[in-house]
Ligand binder design. Structure first.
Ligand code: RP5
Length: 309
């Protein structure tokens, strides 16, 4: 009987192990962390707004949520001048001629948040996570959610003879991801980009990867096939991006495209292009520092593939 219980318990353990469920509790998963009323953004607070001389109004941790009273809160209004008139941007302000349909598909512009209906205050959408210390759109094109897509392309780290490399402490195999170094803040990041109006996210994912990590090199067909095999969605929601404001913010859908045997994208020579300064295969572990909250998205992949982190 004891051996039967032990066998059942071991089998259950094995199943859970394979599913990666004993390596992380659901409270560590990004979707459980990045939620209005639970998550406090960091990158879009208490700093100088990028590419401007505009200082954000101070927002201490305990006053991020709109539900907290902050009587003296007086954020400067800033929309970067070059945004106005761009085809990818909204009009400067809602008016008789520009009446955005908040919280819905507005023509081919997606104004729906992954976090449910956002509030409209004084005619403008309100950041679902909370105060950022700046109003207006800053560098972002859309009022409300600005939709992005992030392809997390992974392979197993291998030695010269092709064997998988594991970490000496955790004993788990090490994953590598394609990371680009961004021009704007010099940080390493997932090679993501903004979804064009009416564009299917799958198209954005492939386009951004091809532009930023391959600089349009001639591996088109293979990359096409690799992305067609379908990625695994790891996250959809708010991005703690340094460009967010009280009225405009980035949300993303992140998908993992994993090259299990390393014979496809895992073989490619990477070449930085578009707005990427550098590109490389990067080992994934807990010390990885990435732009915005990309590290949390990447961690999710490590958990799901039961890799070292
Ligand atoms: C991020 O900015 C998103 O997660 C995505 O990776 C990226 C999109 O903005 P651009 O790279 O197009 O500036 O926060």
């Amino acid at each position: 009987m004891t051996s039967l219980i032990a066998a059942v318990s071991w089998s259950l353990h094995l199943v859970l192990f394979v599913l990666g469920l004993i390596t992380a509790t659901s409270s560590e998963m990004i979707a459980a962390i990045v939620r209005p009323g639970i998550f406090r953004h960091v990158m879009c607070r208490n700093n100088l707004y990028p590419r401007s001389g505009v200082l954000r109004y101070p927002v201490p941790d305990e006053l991020v949520y709109w539900s907290e009273d902050y009587g003296e809160y007086c954020p400067p209004f800033y929309t970067a001048p070059h945004i106005n008139g761009q085809v990818w941007a909204d009009a400067p302000l809602p008016s008789e001629t520009f009446k955005p349909q908040w919280n819905q598909l507005d023509g081919n512009v997606n104004r729906v948040s992954y976090h449910g209906a956002y509030h409209i205050k004084d005619g403008l959408p309100r950041n679902p996570i909370g105060r950022t210390g700046i109003s207006g759109r800053g560098l972002l094109g859309r009022w409300g959610p600005n939709h992005a897509a992030d392809p997390i392309v992974t392979r197993w780290k291998r030695n010269d003879s092709g064997g998988m490399v594991s970490d000496s402490k955790t004993g788990k195999n090490i994953l590598q991801m394609v990371a680009i170094q961004r021009q704007d803040n010099k940080l390493w990041a997932i090679p993501g980009g903004m979804v064009d109006p009416g564009e299917n996210v799958s198209v954005t994912l492939k386009r951004e990867f091809t532009e930023e990590a391959l600089n349009f090199t001639d591996k088109g067909l293979m990359v096409e096939e690799f992305f067609k095999s379908g990625g695994v969605q790891v996250y959809s929601g708010y991005v703690d991006d340094f460009r967010n404001t009280d009225n405009a913010w980035i949300e993303t859908m992140a998908l993992n495209f994993h090259d299990q045997d390393g014979t496809k994208v895992g073989q490619l020579n990477l070449t930085a292009g578009d707005d990427a300064m550098n590109v490389r295969w990067t080992d994934m572990d807990g010390s990885l520092k990435l732009h915005a909250n990309h590290a949390d998205m990447v961690k999710e992949v490590a958990i799901r593939l039961n890799a070292h982190w």
